[in-house]
Structures are given as structure tokens and as C-alpha cells.
Design a protein around this ligand. Structure first.
Ligand code: HEM
Length: 102
């Protein structure tokens, strides 16, 4: 996907696997709530609503994308429900940046 390459580290946006992990962690693996919160963010991508603050600092705020409500829900669902493989660099990344796993 444009910007959020699923597994690679890039200069544009956090990979989808990171978003999946962070939202599921914050919302205690509650898929329904994680999906609702992602949907909410996609509809209201403001700095206050960003959960991944280190990503905000690194990449800036995500642009508001124009989709209809069904698409927003589908994207949120896919992001939550996909079982992403964890890339090798991922745990090292957490340690390197001292990111909390809460
Ligand atoms: C279907 C398309 C997309 C979906 C579902 C999506 C979803 C998300 C989600 C859920 C987050 C995490 C927000 C948080 O931290 O709470 C995020 C962050 C981000 N996205 Fe996207 N995104 C999409 C497209 C894009 C595109 C096209 C760009 C770049 C042009 C982009 C750039 C970013 C950036 C820079 C961040 C990190 C900063 C922030 O959280 O705002 N995204 N995205």
C-alpha cells in the first residue's frame, strides 16, 4: 500500500504490522474496539488522535484520505484481523527506540 509498506522500514509511514500490533496491544486484543478506533482515526486523522506518537514525530501526520464509510470500516477490519508476520528487525526496533510495549 502506498506509504505503509507492510513489512519494510521506510521513510514515509509506519508499516501496517506496527499499526496492527500497537492497536491490539493498547486495546487488550479486543478486535472490535481496535477496529472502531482505527476507523475513528481514519475519519479524524488529527495529531490529538494519533496513538503512535513516535511515528507522528518521525513521519508527520497522515493525510486525511477520502473513502466512503464502508471502505473505512473494511480497511480497519483488515488491519486488525490480518495475522502479519513479525519482521526480524521489529523487536530490535522496539529496543533501539525504547518504545514502550505497555
Ligand atoms: C487505506 C489507507 C490507509 C490506512 C488504512 C491507514 C491507516 C493508518 C493508521 C491506523 C495509522 C496509525 C494512527 C495512530 O497512530 O493512531 C496510520 C499512521 C500513519 N499513516 Fe496511514 N493509512 C493509510 C494510508 C496512508 C497514506 C496514503 C499515507 C501517506 C501518504 C499515510 C501516512 C501515514 C503516516 C505518516 C502515519 C504516522 C503518523 C500518524 O499516525 O498520523 N497513510 N495510518
Amino acid at each position: 500500500m502506498l506509504c505503509h509498506n507492510t513489512y519494510k522500514r521506510n521513510k514515509k509511514a509506519p508499516p501496517l504490522v506496527a499499526i496492527n500490533q500497537v492497536y491490539l496491544r493498547i486495546y487488550d486484543n479486543n478486535w472490535t474496539v481496535a477496529q472502531e478506533q482505527i476507523k475513528f482515526f481514519l475519519e479524524n486523522p488529527t495529531e490529538e488522535n494519533v496513538v503512535m506518537k513516535p511515528a507522528l514525530k518521525k513521519f508527520g501526520l497522515m493525510p486525511k484520505l477520502v473513502f466512503d464509510a464502508n471502505n473505512t470500516n473494511d480497511f480497519a477490519q483488515v488491519l486488525v484481523e490480518t495475522e502479519f508476520e513479525i519482521p526480524d528487525w521489529f523487536n530490535a526496533h522496539y529496543i533501539e527506540h525504547n518504545l514502550s510495549k505497555r
